[in-house]
Ligand binder design. Structure first.
Ligand code: PEP
Ligand code: MG
Length: 584
């Protein structure tokens, strides 16, 4: 029996057999060939080159449709390498003269290429090594004829172990068959973790080396509450966990009894509790967990698992369904926040060194205006049928908001000319997730109807810590005094301008943070549906006045340890049932 500690990404306990998902794992066949097989080996190699080239041309076309900047076209360089007659000649030589099979001949030649490039003291050339690895892997995959394994085809209930699951992989998981997962990479606020919570699949991420320590057929316990993975547990531990699973499920059941009640503090202060969604089915889950609206619709997920772009009509249909289903509450459509860890479909990785600081969200949309306009029109039209609102991700300054507001006015005129119904007085909000926006939230407040604090990114950018990187996850600290001060400043700025403030990052669902948000008088908390009953329970168990006092107290603390200790004590004093939650 072995135990591994990672980050609890989605609560709950599952027990079951392992399925290892490793898309790149294959053995490069290495064998000598008969002289008579030389022509067929050469043919096989050439076919893999042209197949790879076709794949790249398709990807390039898609890429250039959305990304107009030709400088970003790294596919061009990859295709040039494929067309290099020297590469072909060298591999053919290896096959013909050294009687090697095509895979090992390619491996030999590419390794030599890479070694040569690595030895050159030139920054540009040494950066191209990664490109060569990439091309080499692509050709090899076509030679070995290894298809990417697709997760949804798994037949019996299993726990998935993988180095990494993309948010799109995760969104495609079949809840009946995949009862839990654990990954080497990822953090609590990675989109993989967020999607796991939406699907209510217990998950642990950021385990660093779990894939090296597990074999197909092992039995695992996934403890998503504590961030633990136990491999081949003995009978005693299995028994303990079966009991813990029962206790957790009973507690969740208890919480469900209050989920449709409003979140009103003991001294009668109301906080609106809404849900975040990524997939269409999420709406039902928010409603069934007692959410009073959709505080964040991550619309980018509608773009990720398909090879073309959704049309205005397709988007309109989904958005209209959301607006109508959630009535009498509202839906806040967050415009396309593509990039960072959200890639897929038309949106492939760019060759930026810092994608999280790069070409993403509204930065991308303002450059790809056709895509943006299609989405904005769909939102404007769908919102006519209920309470649709719109908000923008990754705002760094008010100029961006002003540009988008102009665009929205133009689109309204267009829709009027087209004779289509749309919401004239649609509410417009800015996400505050970049320190520059937080520090100018007074200016931004003067130009929008509401602010929504995206704490996942706000913490990442304030602390300069990648939210997906397990090596530095200890620095991803939402209770750092810098964050508490920023949150306080944002809320004060917004309220001074009579603008409502929401929190839609994962922090909204943490009991200790909920106490702070009540004290700050945040107007709305939006979270994964699964967390709604618990947060309602907290709010219904405390007094606003006490939360305000503790907020003022922790604002003076110098370390996050003191902040956390104080909030943890407060939570336990008011809600003793939360004793199973640790302060970290
Ligand atoms: C956030 O950054 O807090 C947020 C809600 O947006 P996302 O998690 O999609 O980046
Ligand atoms: Mg964000």
């Amino acid at each position: 029996m072995e135990k591994f500690k990672g980050v609890g990404a989605s609560p709950g306990i599952s027990i079951g057999p392992v399925h290892i998902f490793d898309e790149e794992k294959y053995i490069i066949p290495d064998y000598g060939i008969d002289p008579k097989d030389i022509p067929s080996e050469v043919k096989r190699f050439k076919e893999s080159l042209s197949k790879t080239k076709n794949e790249l041309l398709i990807l390039q076309k898609k890429f250039l449709k959305t990304v107009k900047d030709k400088k970003l076209d790294f596919f061009k360089m990859h295709i040039l390498v494929l067309e290099d007659p020297y590469l072909e000649q060298k591999v053919v030589e290896q096959i013909a003269e050294n009687r090697k099979n095509a895979e090992s001949a390619l491996f030999e030649v590419m390794s030599q290429y890479i070694e040569n490039l690595e030895s050159i003291q030139d920054e540009y050339l040494s950066e191209r090594v990664a490109d060569l690895y990439d091309i080499s892997k692509r050709i090899m995959r076509n030679l070995v004829k290894k298809r990417r394994q697709t997760l949804p085809r798994i037949e019996k209930p299993v726990i998935i172990i993988s180095k990494e699951l993309t948010p799109t992989d995760t969104a495609g998981l079949n809840r009946d068959k995949i009862i839990g997962f654990a990954t080497d990479l990822g953090g609590r606020t990675s989109h993989t973790a967020i999607v796991a919570r939406a699907l209510e699949i217990p998950a642990v991420v950021g385990l660093q080396h779990i894939t090296r320590n597990i074999n197909e057929g092992d039995i695992l316990i996934i403890d998503g509450n504590e961030g633990l993975v136990i491999v081949n547990p003995d009978e005693k531990v299995l028994k303990e966990y079966r009991t813990a699973k029962g206790v957790f499920e009973k507690f969740s059941e208890e919480l469900r009894k209050i989920q449709y009640l409003q979140a009103i503090t003991v001294d009668k202060k109301y906080v609106k509790i809404a849900g975040n969604i990524e997939i269409r089915e999420g709406i039902d889950s928010v409603i069934s967990h007692g959410g009073e609206g959709i505080g964040l619709f991550r619309t980018e997920f509608l773009y990720l698992d398909r090879s073309d772009l959704p049309t205005e009509k397709e988007l309109y249909d989904v958005f209209k369904e959301a607006v109508q289903k959630i009535k009498p509450f509202d839906v806040i459509f967050r415009t396309l926040d593509i990039g960072g860890d959200k890639l897929g479909g038309q949106f492939t990785a760019t060759d930026e060194i810092n994608p999280f600081l790069g070409y993403r969200a509204i930065r991308f949309c303002l450059e790809n205006i056709d895509i943006f306009e299609t989405q904005l029109k769909a939102i404007l039209r769908a919102s006519y049928y209920g309470e649709g609102k719109i908000m923008f991700p990754m705002v760094s300054s008010v100029d961006e908001i002003l540009r988008i507001k102009d665009l929205i006015e133009q689109l309204k005129l267009q829709l009027k000319k087209e004779g289509k119904n749309y919401k004239e007085n649609i509410s417009i909000g800015a996400m505050i997730e970049i320190p520059s926006a937080a520090l100018t939230s007074d200016i931004i407040s003067r130009n929008v109807d509401f602010l929504s604090i995206g704490t996942n990114d706000l913490v990442q950018y304030t602390m300069a810590v990648d939210r997906n990187n397990p090596k530095i996850s200890y620095l991803y600290d939402p209770y750092h005094p810098a964050i508490i001060r920023l949150l306080n400043e944002i809320v004060q700025n917004a309220h001074r301008h009579h603008v409502k403030v929401h929190v839609c990052g994962e922090l909204a669902a943490e009991p200790m943070a909920a106490v702070l948000f009540i004290g700050l008088k945040v107007d709305e908390l939006s979270m994964s549906a699964i967390a709604i009953p618990e947060v309602k329970k907290i709010i219904r168990s405390v007094k606003y006045a006490d939360c305000h006092d503790i907020l003022n107290k922790v604002l003076k603390f110098e370390t996050s340890q003191k902040v956390k200790a104080s909030l943890h004590k407060f939570v336990l004093e008011n809600i003793p049932e939360f004793a199973y939650k640790s302060a970290d």
